[in-house]
Design a protein around this ligand. Structure first.
Ligand code: IPT
Length: 971
């Protein structure tokens, strides 16, 4: 086995389409014999791969499931790196420490396979040598690509010996440096497929749709097996197409309903031969670029996309139909309309489902040479002619397998592979073979051989400039390459990095995509967190990341950056995304509702618009708005209905929801696709009777409240720090020269603030406590004044004024008050934004109302513990603990200019615990309830990969005032 050469695999048949056919198929998935060696030199040539089905297996043999990654089946360990290769850059040589697995299966073959068959491998990482009955069939390269070996004349009825030697690393590893776990093994299906004479070897059905007259065509190419004999029949029963085809040709099918992500209309077609019948699901659509705008079926489209890797917390990249279904339904339910299959072809089932459900797909080749960036791209295979064959082979396998899917709108050459002529050659081949789709590659910003200008994590400002530059004529003297790029639409193949408490800035990006026709939207990085499941000491389910398996070179938790957890729990970022990606924008104004249709291809007749009026937590009425026909991207203004004006009580909240009229494949009727709201919340009534509270309720030294109506607590105290989020831990791309905020806060001592009591006096019927809060060794301060009044046996009001003093060298994450209650939290009920958390730049999705959450729901279980869970816009909150309930009400700020809403965070863990624990499942609660009441919060940004918090969401030192009514209640 030669795993150090710059070429493609050997011995396989040329790639072809995945066909749904009546020809027999036999899955060879199951339990195989297995043994493993630490390197190729240690793997013996002892006859294991010969012709003898009865060969005596030595004791090193065990068994393994196929498909699986051996490192997740107890043999070795997974390893994670992002950009860096975990081995020396010495192409095409893999390292000597290179686990090699021998797989062996003895199987019988039914008669239908003996005349002609192929053996198909859908995924082996990273290189395999395949032998059948002692005969070498060939080698595979391209871990996520299909390889088919001809076994005609090589099979026998019983006792076939299939022997596959797999090397974890090979020359191919230099081309497969995606940001993900290194997971070796036969991890996708192995099948034996009958290839009957006269049957169908390959079909390419290129569909087209002419929007001006609503007609479609199919350009068909058919390749038959062996001597074709009788011509095949091609039928599309619904369109009355029934004709004889030999090689193929263009077939006009007359009027058709077009396919798009919003209208995933498919027509079933059949290709019938005496030997087998192949079924195709055809969608008629046209993808084109006109004047730097991306069009589908003649209409501009906006890609509301996500990047999807394949991942299962137990099985890695092994396909699971349940996970796929979960993913695609969740995407559709959250208004996602596009998927980039980062950074390799997915299991083919994804494409069938994307066709049916309606998702635009950017299908990416299995290619990434990112590690060469670390050495200035020296020796990058993309620019080395000796690798050309390997590159072309990868692209051809990618395109052929999935070429018949309506959902695929772009072929992507790969990811982060620098520049070079091999990429250009891939593009040239693809363009010649399939001019019906666009070609995408981000890594070469000159964009000379692609059809879309694509970038990742382009800043707001740059995105704006790219949108704007084509609105004016090209500068004098622009080169041909520049002119070409100006003619292209722009997309962000990755943006808004969803790592931890993130992504901030969705609204701002969306606003740009809406404003400039050239901007065709983009794909969030990324869909799934690649956590590997584990069980904590106390039986809690948890997830592991890079470094947790003892890797010498790793990139920590950078592999945990998804909109959904590895178990597909929805993260708050996805809730916000659903709002910004919604196909309908609803704005409730004082007398009207403004509705914008943001579908690219359909009107709003698929939606009902339901209004609801509430006051003081009670529903006052509900009804339906009459919205006439609203064409794509049109806006209408609809007067509020009379019933609403006639309500006995004036509403505090009016909500309008757009819900599905009919059940769809991906959601029930009534599913909410968009929501708009207006709130006119009435301020709480301040208590009438007040007096000086007894000193005994307060700690004698700190003057913090220790007791309220029997409830034991400690606080409030001025607080500025938050547990660093993943974004806080890295500098934003616009300030790479500075340390990350987390480091700056820690250097300053924001996490170690000390508070001194300046004075405590009785004044005007109140206890007035003045404090000064300062980081150790510094002199910048926040001076606080707490004016305490007793407001009943179990109630006090406190008017808090916070004023910064001196020079604060860094912006704050928050300005607020911390208090700790005895007893673990049991949950919270509040009036404000909810039910989920929100931060200033990660909002919307949460809406005004009366909400409730259990203690568990109050924090987001990010794999790396970090700040989470703030409920914003809070007017009133009942914070439950095992000991009793603390009710917090924000009293009107009045002339003093105080805030009228706060953000409340409730946690069973102190910030110190959260900041010093590496995994969610290792957190140990201290039996108390940690509460933060924030006057202001900074945004979260997306600095983990991209721009930091926008200036308007940063929190420079500033004063703040709030008046709170604190009450204790039993239970
Ligand atoms: C970009 C990669 O394309 C993607 O695979 C992932 O690593 C992402 O970053 C970060 O999570 S590359 C980066 C250098 C912008």
């Amino acid at each position: 086995m030669n795993i150090a050469r710059k070429g493609p695999g050997t011995g396989s048949r040329s790639p072809r389409a995945r066909l749904h056919t009546t020809a027999p198929r036999r899955s060879l998935n199951g339990t195989w014999q297995f043994r493993i060696f630490p390197g190729l030199a240690a793997a013996p040539d002892d006859g294991w791969d010969g012709d003898d089905a009865g060969w005596a297996l030595g004791e090193e043999w065990t068994s393994i499931p196929v498909p699986a990654h051996w490192v997740l089946e107890g043999h070795g360990r997974p390893a994670y790196t992002n950009v860096r290769f975990p081995f020396p850059i010495d192409p095409p040589n893999p390292p000597d420490e290179n686990p090699v697995g021998d797989y062996r299966l003895v199987f019988d073959a039914a008669p239908e396979f003996l005349e002609g068959a192929v053996l198909r491998f859908d995924g082996v990482e990273s290189a395999a040598e395949v032998r059948l009955n002692g005969e070498l069939l060939g080698e595979t390269r391209g871990s996520r690509l299909t390889h088919e070996f001809d076994v005609r004349g090589k099979l026998r009825a019983t006792g076939n010996v299939l022997a596959v030697r797999v090397a974890q690393f090979s020359d191919a590893s230099y081309l497969e440096d995606q940001d993900m776990w290194w997971l070796p093994g036969i991890f996708r299906d192995v099948d034996l497929l009958a290839v009957p004479d006269g049957g169908v070897w390959d079909v390419f059905a290129v569909t087209d749709y002419e929007a001006t007259d609503g007609t479609g065509t199919v350009d068909l190419s058919v390749t038959r097996n062996g001597a074709a004999g009788e011509p095949a029949r091609f039928r599309i029963p619904e369109l009355d197409v029934d004709l004889e085809v030999t090689g193929g040709g263009v077939i006009g099918v007359g009027g058709v309903e077009p396919w798009s992500a919003e209208t995933p209309r498919l027509y079933t077609a059949e290709l019938v031969t005496p030997a087998e019948t192949v079924t195709l699901r055809l969608g008629f659509r046209r993808i084109e670029v006109r004047d730097s705008v991306l069009l589908v079926n003649g209409a501009p489209i906006q890609l509301r996309g996500v990047n999807r890797h394949e991942h299962d917390p137990e099985r890695g990249r092994v396909f699971s139909p349940e996970r796929l279904e979960q993913d695609l339904l969740l995407m559709k339910q959250h208004n996602v309309n596009a998927v980039r299959t980062s950074h390799y072809p997915p299991h083919p089932a994804l494409l069938d489902r994307a066709d049916e459900l309606g998702l635009f797909v950017v299908l990416e080749c299995d290619l990434e040479t990112h590690g060469f960036e670390e050495i200035g791209w020296r020796g990058n295979p993309s620019a080395d002619p000796q690798w050309r064959g390997a590159y072309l082979d990868r692209m051809q396998r990618t395109v052929h397998r999935d070429k018949n899917h309506a959902s695929i709108v772009m072929w992507s050459l790969g990811n982060e592979s620098g520049t070079g002529e091999n990429l250009e050659a891939m593009a040239a081949w693809t363009r010649a073979f399939d001019p019906s789709r666009l070609i995408h590659y981000e890594g070469d910003w000159s964009s000379t051989y692609v059809d879309v200008y694509s970038r990742m994590y382009a800043s707001f400002e740059e995105t704006r400039r790219i949108g704007e530059e084509v609105l004016t004529p090209a500068p004098f003297g622009a080169t041909a390459a520049e002119m070409h790029r100006r003619s292209l639409p722009f997309m962000q193949c990755e943006y808004a990095h969803a790592m931890g408490n993130s992504p901030g800035g969705l609204e701002e990006y969306q606003e740009l995509f809406d404003r400039y026709p050239r901007l065709a939207g983009g794909f969030i990085w990324e869909w799934i967190e690649h956590g590997i499941a584990t069980t904590g000491a106390d039986g809690r389910r948890g997830y592991l990341y890079g470094g947790d398996f003892g890797e010498h070179t790793h990139d920590g938790n950078f592999v945990i950056d998804g909109l959904v957890s590895a178990d597909r729990e929805v993260r708050p970022g996805l809730v916000a995304l659903a709002h910004w990606y919604s196909p309908v924008r609803i704005e409730v104004t004082d007398g009207a509702v403004v509705i914008q249709n943001r579908y690219d291809h359909v009107d709003l007749s698929g939606l009902r618009f339901v209004w609801k009026a509430e006051a003081d937590g009670r529903e006052l009425g509900r009804g339906e708005l009459k919205v006439g026909r609203v064409a794509s991207w049109e806006k209408v203004v609809i007067a509020l209905p009379d019933e609403l004006a006639d309500l006995a009580e004036s509403p505090e909240i009016v909500t309008v929801e757009a819900v599905l009229v009919d059940k769809q494949l991906w959601a029930e009727a009534g599913h909410v696709v968009g929501r708009g709201q207006r709130a006119w919340l009435t301020p709480a009534e301040p208590p009438l009777e007040t007096g000086v509270p007894p000193r005994s309720a307060f700690d004698p030294v700190s003057l913090r409240l220790r007791e309220l109506g029997g409830l034991r607590l400690d606080g409030p105290v001025t607080s500025l720090w938050r547990v660093p989020t993943d974004n806080d831990r890295r500098p934003g791309w616009e300030e790479m020269d500075k340390p990350a905020y987390a480091a700056r806060w820690e250097l300053l001592g924001l996490n170690r603030l000390l508070t001194r009591v300046v004075s405590a006096t009785e004044q005007d019927g109140a206890l007035v406590v003045r404090t000064r809060t300062v980081p150790p060794g510094r002199d910048c301060a926040v001076d606080a004044e707490y004016v305490w009044r007793q407001a009943g046996p179990n109630a006090m009001t406190v008017e808090v004024t916070l004023v910064p003093d001196g020079t604060w060298p860094v912006e704050w994450p928050r300005l607020g008050l911390d208090l700790v209650l005895e007893g673990a939290p049991t949950g919270m009920a509040w009036r404000g934004l909810g039910p989920g958390p929100s931060y200033p730049d990660l909002a919307a999705g949460p809406f005004w109302g009366d909400h409730e959450a259990s203690a568990d729901e109050l924090l987001t279980p990010y794999v790396l513990p970090q700040e989470s869970g703030a409920r914003a816009g809070v007017r009133h909150a009942s914070i439950g603990t095992e000991q009793g309930t603390l009710v917090v009400t924000v009293l009107p700020g009045g002339a003093s200019g105080g805030v009228e809403e706060v953000a409340v965070t409730v946690s069973p863990y102190s910030r110190k615990t959260l900041a010093t624990t590496a995994h969610q499942h290792e957190l140990v609660a201290d039996g108390r309830t940690h509460v933060s009441i924030d006057l202001f919060q900074a945004g979260v940004g997306t600095a983990a990969c991209g721009e930091g918090v926008l200036p308007r969401y940063r929190l420079a030192a500033r004063p703040g005032r709030v008046t709170l009514l604190l009450e204790s209640r039993e239970g």
